[in-house]
Design a protein around this ligand. Structure first.
Ligand SMILES: C[S@@+](CC[C@H](N)C(=O)[O-])C[C@H]1O[C@@H](n2cnc3c(N)ncnc32)[C@H](O)[C@@H]1O
Length: 211
């Protein structure tokens, strides 16, 4: 593990090759998301190094967090990074696939910076851990899509924030989501050299109030 300083956020993180190194998508999400001051609970899926929740927890000291990752290596690093940044009492950690081990989810906000690259863009020799960090399925959006459908079915009452990339989501795929009554709002856009990123908000609370 090597310790890195992120002066903009006044945090330090221990990272190694098995953990997603915070990148443009991470900073775009953490810099663009706005957390209402009334927020009691946030769940973050696929937290990697823990950076997003650590920064948000420091800025929102009254909010409690549960953060998950499917990779045990990531959850071990998260534990270490919470301790380094003295924020362990605000954030619980669990190793699980998306939110599958939680049956009665109670959270105001759910956040996921998901793996979103299409499988075909990846080299064949990519390690299983790197695949989990980067590849979201054949087209790239499948992991996020399954999460959205599962939240809709479970009648979760939360606002979901995630990242869509132009490398995986086409306009047609987004229209298909709308057909499934999953209505999204694009909060912010970021143009990079090789892709466009969108911070997307889906308000499951509104939907469930109507039910
Ligand atoms: C693009 S990285 C983002 C990491 C971190 N949130 C960030 O923004 O720097 C995606 C993360 O999701 C995790 N992940 C992938 N599939 C997952 C799943 N099905 N359930 C939970 N976590 C998953 C990966 O292990 C990885 O840490």
């Amino acid at each position: 593990m090597v310790r890195y300083n992120f002066p903009k956020y006044e945090i330090e993180l221990e990272l190694d090759d098995d953990i997603y190194f915070p990148a443009e998508d991470t900073f775009f999400l953490v810099d663009s998301i706005e957390i209402p001051s009334t927020t009691k609970k946030i769940v973050e899926i696929g937290s990697g190094s823990g950076i997003i929740s650590i920064v948000l927890a420091k800025n929102n000291p009254e909010t409690q967090f549960l953060i998950t990752d499917i990779s045990f290596e990531a959850t071990r690093a998260i534990k270490q990074n919470l301790d380094i940044n003295n924020i362990s009492n605000q954030i619980d950690i669990a190793c699980m696939d998306k939110l599958e081990a939680i049956h009665n989810l109670k959270s105001d906000i759910i956040i996921w910076n998901p793996p979103y690259l299409p499988e075909e863009n990846e080299e064949n020799n990519i390690s299983p851990l790197h695949k989990l960090m980067l590849v979201g399925g054949k087209k790239g959006y499948e992991e996020t899509y399954h999460m959205l459908v599962s939240l809709k079915k479970s009648k979760a009452s939360a606002t979901f924030f995630t990242i869509f990339s132009s490398l995986s989501w086409s306009d047609k795929d987004i229209k298909n989501l709308k057909k499934e009554d999953i209505n999204l709002e694009i909060i912010e856009k970021l143009s990079l050299f090789f892709e466009k990123l969108y911070l997307v908000k889906i308000d499951f609370c509104e939907r469930n109030e109507k039910l």
